[in-house]
Design a protein around this ligand. Structure first.
Ligand code: GTP
Length: 602
């Protein structure tokens, strides 16, 4: 293979602007799949992707294409669209020299278009701006070209127009990929070196990796070593993904291929596979730096399923390198894990995949964002190995008197909205403790607004609220803005004078009364009446911010049965006692297990 005939590219766009549809057309044009309905969105392989209609994992496809009598190898790297998966986007982008920036000619530039455009710019990639869905009667290509000009300074003459659905202009787009995007900067003379951009688990063959070969050549049977531990392995599997596997014997620099070294062969995202002769002889930690934005506890529905769930989490974490997994336990829920995610959609998809791909049923606690604190006292500093501590669970907080400063994660939120909703959007963002940044006009109907927002105010239901406020017309994306000092405190929940650890939360001081009222009201709803009166209090540093009372009540379930049949009475009592097993008891108060899971959800 001649490197000059290789192109590595990706399609980036706002959600639903047509990436998967375009990928399908490209696969058809290059003869990978036959035109027809049954092939729709072949790249969205996972069941969860099919159900949700979104792309979760980046998948690649190597396509053969003849242009001007020359045969080209085009490596299309499909990327997920949602903000939560932006680290997958970043990884795949690193193996590319260019991107097709797809914009719906009907909707125009959206918040995520801005995000992916700046990502491509930051990585010095060639951008092929492309309008999609030009077949729609409401499409307004001229206006969207003007938006691209005003926001990104893109020359309207450079913008391509296609309909991925009808196949219009796709041939020309593929030719533009060849003529505008350069071949990969591959060096054959150097030793073999490949970057792992994705991994997944194969039942029989072990860990399979998607690799971008940076330099040298590789053959099946060759001895290789990992950059992370320098352990030697024999390369057992080598294939092109079209996107089905096509085994090959040899691959060269510039190519994107599947590699595998067998069940004990290892491999993880961010690691490098090297030739044995390569001079790199120092172990280098290669763990990708992923910022976890949302944490949640995951527990087996029943402790007897602990091993099964543990297995499933391990396998899934291998395929989804963006999660962090730590063992956790809770008096109410038993042994489990605290898992870090990139965002709420990521969390949702992870649990859905656990169920669908690994048949593991899990209970999920309310999600929370990580905080940082600065502690004082040599004992604490020693315990936490430093004075700055990342808190992923409010339970880990030390006594308030030992905390010098709290920090919370902020994001820069980008919102593109029709101008008539500017007031409503501003109110929402200010209500969520946001600080406005300068805004800019997209065109005469749309505007781009930016706010610095606390992540905790964004992760729960910001997107849904924004959508309903703007009749679905505003789009939203966010990027990390780091940790900043904040007036935070720990709010405790006390039942009849006894603290319930698992219900404590971290709250901003401007939200104390609001949160306290909400929590106590919800608990009153969720805890059933019992033999004793129950006082529910939300307390911060000794001060009670809200109190609710559940009156005592003798629940005689058999009273209604008028003596009647004794077996029926026994059956009822048995059912009742089984129900009690699912309760956690605090200060003689029985709290249903789901209280711990649901009370902190908004
Ligand atoms: P995510 O993977 O969720 O980011 O979505 P996507 O960008 O891959 O979008 P997808 O290809 O799933 O397309 C979204 C919707 O737009 C689907 O209903 C497509 O049928 C439709 N669509 C895509 N391209 C066109 C087009 O050229 N014309 C029309 N009319 N509809 C299109």
């Amino acid at each position: 293979i001649d490197v000059a005939k290789i192109r590595n590219f990706s399609i980036v766009a706002h959600v639903d602007h047509g990436k998967s549809t375009l990928a399908d057309r490209l696969l058809e044009l290059t003869g990978v799949i036959k035109p027809g309905h049954e092939n729709r969105q072949v790249l969205d392989q996972l069941q969860v992707e099919r159900e949700r209609g979104i792309t979760v994992k980046a998948v690649t496809a190597s396509l053969n294409y003849t242009f001007n009598n020359e045969q080209y190898l085009l490596n299309l790297i499909d990327t997920p669209g949602h903000v939560d998966f932006s680290n997958e986007v970043v990884r795949s982008v690193k193996a590319c020299q260019g991107v097709i920036l797809l914009v719906d000619a009907n909707e125009g530039v959206q918040a995520q278009t801005v995000a992916v455009h700046s990502l491509a710019k930051r990585n010095n990639l060639i951008i092929i701006p492309t309008l999609n869905k030009v077949d729609l009667p409401r499409a307004d290509p001229e206006n969207v070209k003007a938006q691209l000009k005003s926001l990104f300074n893109i020359n309207p003459d450079d913008v391509m127009s296609i309909s991925a659905k009808k196949g219009w202009g796709v041939q020309e787009l593929l030719q533009a990929v060849i003529t505008k995007i350069p071949p990969p900067p591959a060096d054959f003379k150097k030793h073999f070196k490949a970057n792992i951009i994705d991994t997944w688990h194969d039942k029989y063959r072990g860990i399979m990796c998607l690799a971008y070969i940076e330099s040298g050549t590789i053959q099946v049977g060759q001895t290789v070593k990992w950059r992370s531990d320098l352990k030697q392995h024999t390369l057992k599997y080598l294939a092109l993904l079209r996107p089905g596997e096509e085994p090959i014997d040899k691959a060269v620099a510039g190519q994107v291929v599947m590699v595998g070294c067998g069940p004990k062969g290892g491999g993880c995202v961010g690691d490098q596979l090297l030739s044995l002769e390569s001079a790199e002889n120092i172990k280098v930690a290669t763990a990708p730096t992923v910022k976890h934005m949302v944490y949640a506890g995951i527990y087996p529905a029943d402790q007897s399923q602990h091993t099964q769930l543990s297995d499933a989490i391990k396998k899934l974490a291998l395929n989804d390198s963006a999660v962090s997994v730590n063992i956790d336990s809770s008096p109410a829920l038993g042994q489990g894990w605290r898992i870090g995610f990139l965002g709420l959609l990521h969390l949702d998809v992870f649990t859905q995949r656990l169920l669908q791909e690994h048949k593991a049923e899990a209970i999920l606690t309310a999600p929370s964002v990580p905080y940082k604190i600065k502690v004082k006292g040599s004992k604490l500093i020693k315990q936490y190995k430093g004075d700055e501590v990342l808190i992923t669970n409010p339970l880990q907080l030390p006594e308030a008197s030992n905390i010098l400063e709290y920090y919370e994660p902020l994001v820069i939120g980008t919102i593109i909205t029709p101008v008539e909703y500017i007031g409503a959007v501003t109110t929402l963002c200010v209500d969520r403790r946001g600080t406005p940044l300068p805004s800019s006009a997209v065109d005469d109907k749309m505007t781009m607004m930016q706010f610095v927002l606390p992540l905790s105010e964004v992760v729960i239901d910001f997107h849904d609220t924004l959508k309903s406020l703007t009749s679905g017309f505003a789009s939203f994306d966010y990027q990390d803005h780091g940790f900043h000092p904040s007036a935070l405190v720990r709010m405790d929940i006390v039942l009849n004078g006894v603290l319930v650890d698992e219900l404590c939360t971290i709250v901003h001081t401007s939200r104390l009364e609001y949160t306290a009222k909400k929590l106590t009201a919800k608990l009153k709803e969720m805890i059933p009446r019992q033999m004793v009166q129950i006082a529910i209090q939300a307390i911060v540093s000794g001060k009670v911010y809200s109190r609710e009372t559940i009156k005592a009540y003798r629940k005689d379930v058999t009273a209604k049965l008028y003596g009647g049949d004794i077996t029926r009475r026994k059956k009822l009592l048995k059912q009742q006692s089984e129900g009690k097993k699912k309760m956690r008891s605090v200060a003689n108060i029985k709290i249903p297990r789901n209280t711990f899971i649901d009370v902190l959800k908004r």
